[in-house]
Ligand binder design. Structure first.
Ligand SMILES: NC(=O)c1ccc[n+]([C@@H]2O[C@H](COP(=O)([O-])OP(=O)(O)OC[C@H]3O[C@@H](n4cnc5c(N)ncnc54)[C@H](O)[C@@H]3O)[C@@H](O)[C@H]2O)c1
Length: 262
């Protein structure tokens, strides 16, 4: 499929995991990708992987939770790629599992800055360019943890629930402008962020139990989230805005349970 031919796309958090897989998928579909990452070696590696697959990408190393940086990302995309059609705001931090009553406001502020404010900045600065242009797709990475407890730190879940609301409210704020905003809610996927969970399960020989409560009985792959992002970036989703898409093996459709007889 070549649904993104000619599209100029920013992907943040693209030095690893879901962002990297999305850079590869977007480029494979014909997009030019501005690969935004915090660490130079990871960001450069993603660009090299895209180019090795005959795709088009350039690196931009920055902290994507800082307003002046996000403004610069948008300006660089316009200057270097000739415009901006898609902004995939994908960075996040996990927060800690400190007991709730001992958590500090500083810890919450850090999580909100990385997870929520980065999405607001994407909506604001990409939205400013795209509303003037009369078209564009903004995609926010939320999480299945935004919907229910116990799938991540409390501050992480709360920040992602706010991202869901931002996708819905921004889509409506942009009514009539041609700019769409949607969120993806991944379930458990093996990436840098979740490495420990997978490593510990392997060490204990219980890897097979990962994802056992999801209808599809497994964890996801970064490429499976990238496929949804590519759909939302493309005109295949031209009538879709303000939506929250869980890509989670079905886990958000259910409650944790024991065996159910078939
Ligand atoms: N892996 C999962 O199971 C899972 C589940 C639900 C949601 N998500 C979400 O998917 C998104 C991508 O995460 P991932 O799983 O690919 O993990 P990852 O750790 O591989 O990717 C996150 C990337 O964001 C970068 N990053 C973090 N803060 C940054 C900042 N301030 N500026 C620039 N870059 C920054 C990191 O360096 C990293 O490369 C996140 O929003 C995460 O919350 C992941």
């Amino acid at each position: 499929m070549q649904r993104l031919t000619g599209r100029r796309c920013v992907i943040t958090g693209a030095g690893s995991g879901i962002g990297r897989a999305s850079a590869l998928r977007f480029a494979a579909e014909g997009a030019q990708v501005l690969v935004v990452g915090r660490r130079k070696e990871n960001t450069d590696e993603t660009v090299a992987l895209v180019r090795a697959a005959a795709g088009s990408a350039v690196a931009h190393v920055t902290d994507a939770s800082v307003e002046a940086n996000v403004e610069r990302v948008v300006a660089s995309c316009v200057a270097e790629l000739g415009g901006l059609d898609v902004f995939f705001a994908n960075i996040a931090v996990t927060g800690t599992n400190t007991p709730l009553l001992e958590q500090s406001l500083d810890e919450w502020a850090e999580v909100m800055r990385a997870n929520l404010f980065s999405c607001f900045l994407a909506v604001k600065h990409a939205g400013r360019h795209m509303t003037a242009q009369g078209s564009g797709s903004i995609i926010l990475t939320s999480s299945a943890a935004s919907l229910r407890a116990n799938a991540g730190a409390i501050s992480y879940s709360a920040s992602k629930a706010a991202v869901n609301s931002l996708a819905q409210t921004a889509a409506n704020a942009f009514a009539g402008t041609g700019v769409r905003v949607n969120a993806i809610l991944p379930g458990l996927v093996e990436t840098q962020m979740t490495k420990k969970v997978f490593e510990q399960a392997r060490e204990r020989g219980v890897e097979g139990r990962i994802g056992h409560m999801t209808p599809l009985k497994r964890a996801g792959r970064p490429e499976e989230i990238a496929a949804m992002a590519a759909f939302l970036a493309s005109d295949d989703s031209s009538f879709v805005t303000g939506q929250l898409y869980a890509v989670d093996g079905g886990v958000s459709s259910t409650h944790p349970h024991g065996r159910i007889a078939l």
